[in-house]
Design a protein around this ligand. Structure first.
Ligand code: ATP
Ligand code: MG
Length: 472
């Protein structure tokens, strides 16, 4: 008996689709993500994929003509697809197709096909589900690969042989891992093995697409699911070898350091509980990246990672560049977080002076809360006593930050006396001395030697000028 899912088709657009299909005398189905997410109760869709057994473009044009606001249809002739937006939802139209692949490219040779051909070319059984929009069986679910069972069993499986599926289009390896993370599904063992076997095929995928999937993994509730799958299948060695280099524990003279790869994954999961800021999650992912190249063993000190924050911040730039990610303010933010990632920890371990907190607020500027969030996520000790101690210490640091901020306002600190003013008062041309005086004023304020106001800064300026032998 065929199940019907008419209740999935509540949106008014489906009535229009039904009518358009009838008028164009073409069969059509809603397919892929929409059906999957409906069955998983995943909320309202952002896009709906429609497959027509015939021309998808003509169907799109028909639908547009039937809609009250006659939306514009974007046609992608080369792909045989069309898109229109209605009530905030993107409708993607495609003609059913049969695909065959060439080894060196993920761009297939395309022929017109049946619904079955089209379902065969889909990446996963759970993404191949279709619901009919045709008069004769409106609402019928067409599920040739038991996708519904896989949804219930929370399994990612390919309709055809996994070997061929992943080799044909290696982006699917990233998609499998991304869906496993977003949906918290398991990847079927043969699929997982096929990903491992085809891992080097990832090299034919553009960096942009890889990063796109990686960002979706990072934006999930528990990114470690995907990150550990990327590690297990060794895809991570192609994408972020710097992270893989953090894995492992070395022991010399009975002294061990922690495994910074698994630690990093915990930090990313932790931060994902407190922030949706994707770039802060990136910072968590890369915060210890400098530890592999800076690792040393000293007889007296044990394991050290001196300057890893500085080295790590430099690596952030290289990684972003290699992955063709934007080298903009987001990259700078991640760099800054990595560079400063140990600062609050130092504060929390020791007695915290006001001047140390003032310096932290000054250096972190508007990112001070984000930095605290990162450092709190960085606590991964399993020792409850220590955990509580660190958490409490960070609470104290946060409190101190608030106090210092209210009193001294150093967050977006501008020296109260400007360089121009110093030049004017002493009748100087631009010179080294002006920089020295400005810097001295800044330092005095951050150290709490003088309050952050104009009069005090000016007095201090005269004092400093005198020391430098500058005549007034
Ligand atoms: P989401 O939109 O949440 O990422 P989705 O399943 O809708 O999930 P899309 O990228 O929008 O994913 O693709 C729509 C459909 O197209 C998928 O459900 C799948 O059937 C098919 N598809 C997308 N990419 C591929 C691919 N690389 N190989 C095979 N089929 C694919
Ligand atoms: Mg989609």
């Amino acid at each position: 008996m065929q199940q019907t899912f008419q209740e999935a088709l509540q949106l008014p657009i489906f009535t229009i689709l039904r009518q358009a299909a009838k008028e164009n005398r073409v069969d059509c189905y809603v397919i892929g993500g929409f059906v999957r997410d409906y069955l998983l109760h995943r909320g309202t869709p952002k896009d709906i994929d429609i497959v027509a057994i015939g021309s998808g473009i003509q169907l799109a044009e028909k639908v547009a003509s039937l809609l009250p606001n006659k939306p514009k249809v974007s046609v992608f002739k080369n792909f045989g697809t069309a898109m229109l937006k209605y009530q905030g939802v993107e409708l993607e139209f495609v003609g059913a197709r049969k695909e065959s692949y060439h080894h060196s490219s993920r761009k297939p040779i395309i022929e017109n096909g049946s619904l079955e051909d089209d379902q065969n070319r889909r990446d996963f059984t759970i993404n191949a589900l279709a619901i009919s929009l045709n008069e004769r069986n409106y609402g019928a679910l067409i599920d040739p690969f038991n996708g519904v069972t896989d949804l219930k069993e929370k399994i990612i499986r390919t309709p055809l042989s996994p070997e061929i599926t992943y080799s044909d289009d290696p982006l699917r390896m990233m998609r499998a891992i991304r869906f496993a993370t977003q949906l918290e599904f398991k990847i079927a063992l043969p699929s997982l093995q096929a990903i491992g076997a085809n891992k080097d095929r990832i090299t034919i995928i553009s960096k942009e697409r890889i990063v796109d999937e990686l960002c979706k993994i990072l934006a999930s509730k528990k990114p470690s699911i995907g990150l550990s799958l990327l590690h297990k299948t060794e895809l991570l060695s192609y994408i972020l070898p710097e992270l893989v280099a953090l894995q492992g524990i070395e022991e010399i003279e009975g002294q061990r350091h922690k495994d910074n790869f698994w630690h990093t994954l915990e930090v990313v999961d932790n931060i994902s509980k407190t922030t949706d800021n994707l770039w802060l999650r990136w910072a968590a992912l890369l915060h210890d990246i400098g530890k592999a190249p800076t690792k040393k063993f000293h007889k007296k000190l044990g394991w050290t990672f001196h300057g890893h924050e500085f080295v790590g911040a430099k690596m952030v730039y290289k990684i972003f560049k290699r992955l063709r990610m934007p080298l903009n303010d987001k990259m700078k933010f991640v760099q800054k977080m990595v560079l400063m990632s140990s600062r609050p920890i130092v504060l929390s371990e020791d007695f915290t002076t006001d001047s140390a907190v003032r310096r932290l607020v000054f250096d972190a500027g508007d990112n001070v809360e984000d930095l605290m969030t990162l450092c709190e996520a960085d606590i991964t000790t399993k020792n409850i006593k220590k955990q509580n101690k660190y958490k409490n210490n960070f609470k104290l640091v946060r409190q101190k930050i608030k106090e210092v901020e209210e009193r001294d306002q150093v967050r977006n600190f501008q020296p109260p006396v400007s360089g121009e003013e110093i030049m004017r008062i002493f009748n100087l041309k631009p010179s080294k001395e002006i920089g020295i005086i400005k810097e001295a004023i800044k330092e005095a304020i951050l150290d709490g030697k003088i309050p952050n106001d104009y009069e005090s800064a000016k007095q201090y300026m005269f004092k400093k000028a005198e020391q430098l032998g500058i005549k007034y």
